[in-house]
Design a protein around this ligand. Structure first.
Ligand SMILES: [Zn+2]
Ligand SMILES: [Zn+2]
Length: 327
């Protein structure tokens, strides 16, 4: 399949998509700018795209994520409550909910998204999860632009309001971030944290989950929510490993922050804002702030912080560069 249909009277070149590996015929005379793969819709170029079969998540997991997770695991009873949660949910509730309310992405339904998901899974070396597109979130609003659920059988949900705002590379970044939760084995804790966030939802309050959430002690709830924000930083790194372009990850984060006015946003200005951001201060301040957020609605840490973190990691010699340059 080709972005520009092959005309038999014209000479054409065959270009292999660096992301999905499909062959594309493009007219020799056509400009190569903005030509996209007919299968995954990502830009065709001769740059390499690296994929890993055995990438160790510990090579990129953010230290704040692993520290918070260790603190969480030390709280007595947390593991057993989480196991109970897993028993009760038995994965079925969420799967049924999304199968009933959303459109499942397949080779025939949103084929380019299906191809992008294949790219993401091949890059991080994970099994392909189900992907759903949904019009509205459980709570509506912009809080849940995309998320990953399930533990034994993970699935990703992207809300159409987010899809409409992003270009193809930014969608790849969002899928890379979500797949990062699977690759980093965040899911048991993440499902529990998401549950605590969403207990304001009427449907969830009537579900068997509500009783489980009540089993968490206050310190356990605080540790879980604090960790879940920090886990996002690891997944932004996964998004960078998948897109291999930090500007794409940053512009996706900017659009998450700037909402629907994305056409008026300027990435360089936003990057400058992130460079000025005082991370050390934010870390100390937000640790206290997050602790009071249990009843709050913030599911992700501030986008400016996330951009500042991804900038740092992309520039550090022993960060992103070390992984991407390794044979
Ligand atoms: Zn492709
Ligand atoms: Zn996330």
């Amino acid at each position: 399949m080709s972005e520009i249909e092959n005309n038999s009277l014209e000479l054409s070149d065959v270009v292999r998509c660096r992301f999905c590996n499909k062959l594309n015929k493009i007219r020799t005379s056509a400009s190569r700018d903005n030509v996209r793969c007919g299968s995954c819709r990502l830009p065709l170029s001769s740059d390499p795209h690296k994929k890993w079969s055995d990438l160790d998540p510990n090579s990129y997991i953010h230290p704040l994520d692993s520290q918070a997770l260790n603190a969480l695991k030390k709280i007595p009873g947390v593991e057993s409550i989480l196991k109970k949660l897993l028993e009760v949910t038995h994965e079925s509730f969420s799967h049924v909910m999304f199968r009933a309310n959303s459109v499942r992405v397949t080779k025939k339904q949103y084929p380019d998204l299906d191809a992008k998901l294949d790219v993401v899974c091949a890059t991080l070396g994970i099994e392909k999860p189900d992907l759903y597109i949904s019009v509205s979130g459980p709570q509506g609003g912009l809080g849940f632009n995309a998320f990953t659920g399930g533990v034994e059988k993970p699935f990703i949900v992207i809300y159409s309001s987010l899809l409409e705002r992003l270009d193809d590379m930014e969608i790849l970044a969002v899928l890379g971030h979500e797949a990062g939760h699977i690759h980093c084995q965040h899911l048991l804790y993440k499902v529990a944290a998401d549950l605590l966030f969403r207990l304001t939802d009427v449907v969830l309050r009537m579900s068997p989950f509500a009783a489980i959430a009540d089993l968490f002690s206050l310190p356990a709830k605080m540790a879980l929510l604090t960790w879940s924000h920090k886990a996002e930083l690891s997944c932004d790194r996964a998004a960078l490993l998948v897109t291999q372009n930090e500007r794409v990850v940053m512009s996706a984060l900017m659009k998450l922050a700037g909402g629907t006015l994305s056409s008026k946003l300027d990435l360089d200005e936003f990057v400058a804002q992130a460079r000025e951001f005082d991370k050390k201060f934010a870390e100390n301040y937000l640790d206290k702030f997050w602790a009071t957020l249990i009843a709050g609605s913030m599911s992700h840490p501030f986008p400016v912080w996330r951009v500042s973190e991804i900038l740092d990691w992309s520039e550090k010699e022993d960060g992103y560069k070390k992984i991407i340059q390794k044979d």
